[in-house]
Structure formats: structure tokens, C-alpha cells
Write a protein that binds this ligand. Structure first.
Ligand code: ZN
Length: 534
């Protein structure tokens, strides 16, 4: 019975954890790496065909975005998630495939001009659509036996529509252990979403730490602050650009803007236009508004039942085609544009930034976490005076704000409350899904509070029966995806890296083997290494 750390280990994106029980292998989350990755690109440190079950905590792409790749590379089993997550995944993964195809097309044109072969997308639309028949929609709070000695139950994480913690009961050789995977832990009082729930029993907890180093300002009033920026910007003739994750943060923005309009908080242009420039966000907004009423919090459900549409208001316009999106930049009317991606690493938002970053009268409002290496992080950090967009140097002159309080992640206090609800304390807490320093510092803080806590390394393996670290894992190799892509031999080199990672995992799985076997294995590896050492 083992727990493996295949992603989001001392980093924020690429969530992916493995469980081995009774010879079966279960994956919890299968997220895409965003921004600067851990040096291994989007490769899996295992063979997807060897996985028997997948469980997904929520639809955000850093928890789900490699599902199409997993299926493309041979995964054939079921994928368990809550009913709203299954619905949101269908639009999320289609959008991700669309971006992969667009980027591969762009890279291909560039590589062909350099005399190289065409680039292949990480996965295609067909790969994304192959995931959907494998989805098994589950209810909150119902135990589901997923076979092979494992049962799961989803509890509401209050982070996104359908988001969950996964409680997992494992049984092997008459011994039972319970592992809780936090997914992303929500923040209270979030529009439309229920407050996060708490779990009180677990042997082991795998816990996120995105905002473990921050405390939300109790006095920050999102609606008032947002209305001030809109007023100031529009009255100067500028645009307010909101890079936003299509699912979750976009709906929060629409909710706040409806209230701003209803209360008349923007006096200079009360009927200001708001463009929702993301077909994905539009599809998600429809799901939030109509289809999954039972999953919303009481306030939002009551509003909708009374005939109020909380995400719709006068002046809201939807932009469907890429052509219409580009035309927005020719229109000089001051406006609010909400567009994705939220970290500005892809999508239509990059065009809007190109046309507005250099204009002093404009504003960019960030509402979510910006991972290291993304354009969003560069803008939020404010260290550069210009950025390159579509091959052009664009000066950064507009106002840039970061509304951390809108984050749907628990802050430090929220995380303490969540882990503090376990009684008795779990045997061990594995801190994941945070930047390296944040994970390690938070693990230390938990130790000070009397927990046994660690921040595991990438590919670390922990034996759940003996509560021992079987394999320490690997240090991150911070190299950007583009560095790999630019290598002529990248595809083959990646295969070699993958083979190396697999070998290390196999070593971990031989822990406890006979001395004779281990010696033979070591001899073979030594011989192989000597042969190839250059
Ligand atoms: Zn999330």
C-alpha cells in the first residue's frame, strides 16, 4: 500500500498523486503543468496503461488537463468525479485541446521556417473527447466502491462548482488505511459556491498549500474596490482588462459587476459595456446559471428561483468568434473585457494585453493565483517595463491590480482551520500544491503545531503500511517547456527522461525485496550506466 507524488510536489500546478493498493494503481488528479514546469515537461513518471482507476477532485486544468494525454497514452479505466466536475470537464478539456492545437500550429509554422519538422500538439480535440465516455459522475457524501480494495467519497471543497476533497479507504491484507486528498481547499463567503466543508478522520492527508504564506485582508471589499477601478479607468477613456479563469473566477466577476451595476457604483458610465470574450466562459456561465442549481449555495439558488439571473445584467455582451474578439481592439468605447486564460499564458487575453498594456489610461485586474513563469506572474510582480507579445515589444504603462481576496483558495488561516478539524491528528500530512518555499515552510509550521508533516519531492514514494518514506523523490529541474521544444532531439530525449524516471520508480517498488534480487538489480543498473556514461 503506497502513496506516490507524481505532480504538484513542491510546485503549484500539475497535480497528480498515485496510490497503490492490492496490486491496483489509482491516480488522484491528472493536471497540466503551467508556467515554468518541474523540468520533466508534461511527461508522466509512470506508464498510463498501468493505471487502473482515476479520481478527479475538480475541473481546474491544473488538476485535470492531462487526462486526454493519459487516455491517448493508454489509460482505459473509469474516471470518477462529481456530477458538476464531469459537466465542466467537457468544456474545460475541449478548450485545453483547442489551445494545444493552436499552439502546435503556431510552433509548426515557426519550425518549418527554420527547416524543422512540424510540431505535434500535446493532445487533440479527439483525444479530449475520448475522455468523456470514461467519466463516472458521483454524488457528494456517498461512498463509492471503486474496486481493488478502494472506496472513495467526495466532500464539498467550496472552491469551484463541483470541487471536492476525496476521502479514500484502502484495504490490503486485512489492514485498512484512510487517505484524504484535499484537492484545492475553498474560501468561505465565495459568491454562488457553498462554504468549504471539514473532514475529521484520516490516517494520511495530502494537502494543498497555494496560499499558505498569505492572509486575506479582512477589510478588503471586492465589490467596492473593483467599482473604484472601473470608475477611474472608464472615466479616463481606458479599458479594464480582466484575465480570468473561464470557470469560477469569471462567474465571480460577473456576480460582482451585476451588483456594482445594481447599486449604481460606477457613476460616470453607469451603463458601461462588459464583454465576456471566452466561449468557454460563456458555456461555463450557462452551467452555473441554469443546469446545476442543486449544487449552488442557498443565496444564489434562492436568487435564481426568484427570477434573478445573478450572472446577467444590462450591457453584458458575449464574444463568440476570434474575429469579433480582435475587432474589440478597434472599438474605442471604454469597456470591461473579461477573457482567458487567467494566467495570460495562452488564449485571447494576450491580444487584449497587447492593445492595452501600453496605454496609461487602462487597467488590468488579476483575480487569481499567477504561477511562476507565466505572463500573469511577470505583470503582477511588476519587475519588467515591457513584455514581448506576438513578436512585438509592448511597454507596460497601465495600472495593474491583483485582487487576491477574490481567490477561491483558502488563505493561511483557512488552511490551519481545515487541518485543525482532524481529530485525532492524522499520522502524517503531505504538503503539496504550493511553491517550493511555501510547501516547506508550511510543513514546518504544521510540525510546530504538533503535526507530523512533510513536503514530499517529485516522484517520492511513501509506504502507508509502515509509514516510511520508501523513495525520497527528485529535486525539481527548473527548465522551461520552450527550452525543450527548441531542442531538435527533444522528443527522443524526453522518452529517455521518462524511462529514467520510471526506472527510479521501479527501484522504489523493489523496497523490501530480497538482498539477492536487489544486488542483481543494482548490478544491472551499474552495467547500463557504465555503458552509457560519456
Ligand atoms: Zn482549483
Amino acid at each position: 500500500m503506497k502513496l506516490m507524488f507524481y505532480g504538484a510536489a513542491r510546485e503549484v500546478t500539475g497535480s497528480c498523486h498515485g496510490v497503490e493498493v492490492g496490486g491496483k494503481r489509482i491516480l488522484v488528479d491528472c493536471g497540466l503543468h503551467q508556467g515554468s514546469d518541474n523540468g520533466f515537461g508534461q511527461n508522466f513518471p509512470f506508464h498510463p496503461g498501468d493505471i487502473d482507476r482515476v479520481v478527479v477532485t475538480h475541473a481546474h486544468i491544473d488538476h485535470s488537463g492531462r487526462l486526454p494525454l493519459l487516455v491517448k497514452q493508454g489509460y482505459k479505466g473509469n474516471i470518477y468525479a462529481t456530477e458538476p466536475t464531469c459537466r465542466l470537464l467537457e468544456i474545460m478539456l475541449r478548450d485545453s485541446a483547442h489551445i494545444q492545437e493552436l499552439e502546435a500550429g503556431w510552433r509548426s509554422r515557426k519550425q518549418r521556417r527554420a527547416g524543422d519538422d512540424a510540431a505535434q500538439p500535446l493532445y487533440t480535440m479527439a483525444d479530449a473527447e475520448a475522455v468523456f465516455p470514461m467519466l463516472i459522475p458521483c454524488k457528494y457524501d456517498k461512498v463509492v466502491n471503486i474496486g481493488g480494495g478502494a472506496s472513495i467519497r467526495f466532500a464539498d471543497a467550496g472552491h469551484l462548482l463541483g470541487s471536492s476533497y476525496v476521502e479514500m479507504w484502502l484495504s490490503e491484507g486485512g489492514v485498512q488505511k484512510k487517505v484524504v486528498f484535499s484537492g484545492d481547499i475553498g474560501a468561505p463567503d465565495h459568491p454562488m459556491i457553498r462554504d468549504p466543508s471539514y473532514i475529521d478522520k484520516a490516517d494520511y492527508v495530502v494537502m494543498e498549500s497555494t496560499y499558505a504564506d498569505r492572509r486575506r485582508s479582512p477589510v478588503f471589499d471586492t465589490m467596492t474596490e473593483l467599482s473604484k477601478i472601473i470608475e477611474l479607468t472608464l472615466s479616463k477613456g481606458g479599458n479594464v482588462i480582466c484575465p480570468s479563469f473561464a470557470i469560477g473566477r469569471t462567474q465571480d466577476l460577473l456576480y460582482h459587476i451585476r451588483e456594482i451595476k445594481e447599486r449604481g457604483l460606477v457613476k460616470s458610465v453607469p451603463d458601461f459595456p462588459v464583454y465576456l470574450d471566452s466561449p468557454l466562459a460563456l458555456a461555463a456561465t450557462k452551467i452555473y446559471s441554469y443546469e446545476l442549481l442543486d449544487y449552488l449555495d442557498d443565496e444564489a439558488a434562492a436568487l435564481i428561483r426568484s427570477g434573478v439571473q445573478p450572472l446577467t445584467f444590462d450591457g453584458l455582451r458575449f464574444v463568440e468568434s476570434a474575429e469579433d474578439s480582435k475587432k474589440l481592439n478597434d472599438d474605442r468605447t471604454p469597456k470591461v473585457i473579461i477573457s482567458s486564460s487567467g494566467m495570460c499564458d495562452a488564449g485571447r487575453i494576450r491580444h487584449h494585453l497587447k492593445h492595452n498594456l501600453w496605454r496609461q489610461e487602462c487597467a488590468v485586474v488579476f483575480t487569481g493565483f499567477q504561477a511562476l513563469g507565466t505572463l500573469g506572474r511577470i505583470l503582477v510582480d511588476g519587475a519588467l517595463s515591457s513584455v514581448s507579445l506576438f513578436g512585438e515589444d509592448v511597454a507596460i504603462r497601465c495600472r495593474i491590480s491583483n485582487f487576491r481576496s477574490m481567490s477561491s483558495h483558502a488563505d493561511q488561516n483557512g488552511l490551519y482551520d481545515w487541518i485543525g478539524a482532524f481529530d485525532p491528528k492524522p499520522n502524517r500530512v503531505f504538503v503539496v500544491h504550493g511553491e517550493e518555499d511555501t510547501c516547506m515552510t508550511f510543513a514546518l509550521r504544521l510540525v510546530e503545531l504538533g503535526h507530523c508533516a512533510v513536503a514530499p519531492k517529485y516522484t517520492a514514494i511513501h509506504d502507508l503500511l509502515t509509514d516510511e518514506l520508501v523513495f525520497e523523490g527528485r529535486d525539481l529541474v527548473r527548465r522551461s517547456e520552450s527550452e525543450y521544444v527548441s531542442r531538435r532531439d527533444s522528443a527522443v530525449y524526453r522518452r529517455l527522461m521518462l524511462a529514467g524516471t520510471r526506472l527510479i520508480e521501479v527501484i522504489g517498488r523493489n523496497h523490501g525485496g530480497t538482498n539477492k534480487d536487489l544486488a542483481k538489480f543494482a548490478d544491472q543498473i551499474d552495467a547500463l550506466a557504465s555503458k552509457w556514461d560519456r
